[in-house]
Design a protein around this ligand. Structure first.
Ligand SMILES: C[S@@+](CC[C@H](N)C(=O)[O-])C[C@H]1O[C@@H](n2cnc3c(N)ncnc32)[C@H](O)[C@@H]1O
Length: 498
């Protein structure tokens, strides 16, 4: 029998498999504060297949009009956004916010429904995606059709400019592919076309980079095909040092730039034609290009009817590495290091932003707001317990990268700033939905959903529900080998501004 609690005056039985019960493998570390979290918020957990894994992942968007123009595996689906908007009673005339906009699923869904929206996003690959997608109803279809037809036959002359590689992207393409990418990039600039058409074409080129390369986005890093020079050089070095060579992936025959670009551009033109037949009611969406931690505090207060978002998960996934090809193509250069450090702390490389945040709040005359938020973070017993547990695990040699300790502490610190600013920016009665994954490091389970709910409550929100997806996640093979298999919740936490 699970935990009993009161929900809207009805006695609720929480299925025991939704609760964790034992947070520290073999009881090595104290877990009272995490158990208290479950006792306090366990009643919010509700397993539902209304929001299944497919809806909460990019899978459902792959073949969708507009959303499928780029492959963004970290995204959620438009249908999820629609269902949540429906549940929250948000309609045309309202404004919503997505502080981690990514491929801009929330903003585009709002656009289709005539709802105003603001998004915040750091990375330039997503900026280009938004600029091109948000103009879907403004493109000159005749011009797009002409370019589409030209692409079938044109052989663009070689370009002088080389592909603007970053160190981590060098040798990602076969030599011919690399030349073709730059030739096609240069060719469009020589034609008398509108900026809109050139923009969409540029998105099409960016969208095919992974497909025509020796790399695959996979987990935390790019995986490399063994045919890439980088992979063979790395292996030669390993063999020289007496190590086994690493087995790279085999992507088989790589499509040419012409094949991939034609396919991508065809799909875009086809979608634009269909979309323009039924334009949505007028509304206004804005993407703020920059850091969520400095963008949110400058938004007006009491503005938004809902927030639908998904932050980076605390899983060491580095967006600047996964999207290195796209960032390189856009000419990001050394700026990539600053972007990496500006990302919400979700990798072991992230340095603390505490000082920077303090200075920023002082610079906008909000020193006391900063203090209030810091007090919430420092007063949280579960976060303290998790930090101490990871430190103990580290001393025991259970943590394979000590960067995890700072990552987790900084992750929740930064998210609390986000929660507090969202509370300020939302109007009364607004709902906030966060899609996130719980995580486990060195045998310690971190209930991201319930801990976030407690932090959100401490900044003013009222907890509403934690939807748990039916299929839970397993652990990494490393964690499983050492600490056994534990199912980890993937959830949508919902809060309300009272
Ligand atoms: C899980 S993805 C969001 C996916 C989005 N829901 C979609 O459907 O495409 C998280 C996003 O947060 C962005 N991000 C991370 N740190 C950020 C920061 N400090 N400021 C702004 N955006 C940030 C990442 O670049 C990434 O695009």
């Amino acid at each position: 029998m699970g935990q009993l609690s009161l929900l809207d005056d009805v006695l609720v039985v929480v299925p025991p498999d939704l609760l964790v019960g034992a947070f520290s493998h073999e009881g090595v570390c104290p877990q009272d504060a995490r158990l208290s979290l479950e006792a306090r918020y366990g009643w919010l957990l509700e397993e539902t297949d209304r929001f299944n894994r497919q809806l909460v992942s990019f899978q459902a968007s792959k073949t969708e009009m507009l959303h499928g123009w780029i492959s963004y595996r970290e995204g959620f689906s438009a249908e999820l956004v629609e269902r949540l908007l429906n549940e929250f009673g948000v309609a045309a005339g309202d404004a919503i916010l997505d502080p981690f906009a990514g491929s801009c699923t929330t903003l585009l869904t709002a656009k289709m429904l005539g709802i105003d929206a603001v998004g915040v996003e750091l990375l330039p690959n997503s900026h280009l995606a938004w600029e091109a997608k948000s103009r879907a109803f403004a493109y000159d279809l005749d011009e797009l059709t002409r370019v589409r037809d030209l692409l079938r036959t044109v052989v663009p002359p070689p370009a002088e400019a080389p592909f603007p590689h970053l160190t981590i992207t060098e040798s990602a393409f076969p030599a011919v592919t690399e030349c073709d990418l730059m030739a096609y990039t240069h060719w469009i600039e020589t034609l008398p076309l509108s900026d809109n058409t050139k923009l969409l074409y540029r998105l099409a080129l960016m969208s095919i980079l992974e497909k025509v390369s020796y790399t695959r986005k996979d987990g935390q890093y790019l995986r490399w095909d063994s045919r890439a020079l980088k992979a063979s050089q790395r292996n030669a070095e390993r063999v020289r040092r007496g190590l086994e060579p690493v087995r790279g992936i085999d992507k088989g025959r790589l499509p040419t730039v012409q094949e991939s670009l034609t396919e991508a551009f065809d799909k875009m033109v086809e979608d634009v034609a269909r979309l323009q037949r039924q334009p949505p009611p007028p509304s206004q969406q804005t993407l703020v290009k920059g850091n969520v931690l400095t963008a949110l505090p400058t938004l007006a207060a009491d503005e938004f009817a809902a927030v639908i978002t998904s932050p980076p998960y605390a899983n060491r996934y580095d967006y600047t590495r996964t999207y290195a090809l796209e960032l390189a193509y856009l000419g990001v250069g050394d700026e990539i290091f600053r972007l990496r450090q500006t990302l919400l702390s979700c990798t072991v490389e992230n340095r603390s932003k505490a000082e920077e945040l303090h200075e920023f709040y002082a610079s906008i005359g909000q020193q006391s707001r900063w203090q209030d938020i810091v007090r919430v973070i420092q007063g949280n017993a579960a976060l303290r317990e998790i930090n101490e547990a990871l430190a103990l695990r580290n001393r025991r040699g259970d943590v394979n990268n000590a960067g995890v300790l700072t990552m987790i502490d900084q992750y929740f610190t930064e998210l609390t700033f986000v929660y507090a600013e969202l509370f300020r920016a939302c109007r009364r009665g607004a709902h906030v939905a966060f899609v996130n994954d719980n995580v486990r490091y060195a045998g310690e389970i971190i209930p991201v959903d319930l801990l976030s709910t407690e932090l959100a409550e401490a900044v003013g929100f009222e907890p509403v529900r934690v939807y748990v997806l039916p299929q839970r996640k397993g652990n990494s093979s490393q964690q499983m080998g050492k600490f056994g298999r534990v199912e980890i919740r993937k959830s949508i936490t919902v809060w309300r501004k009272p």
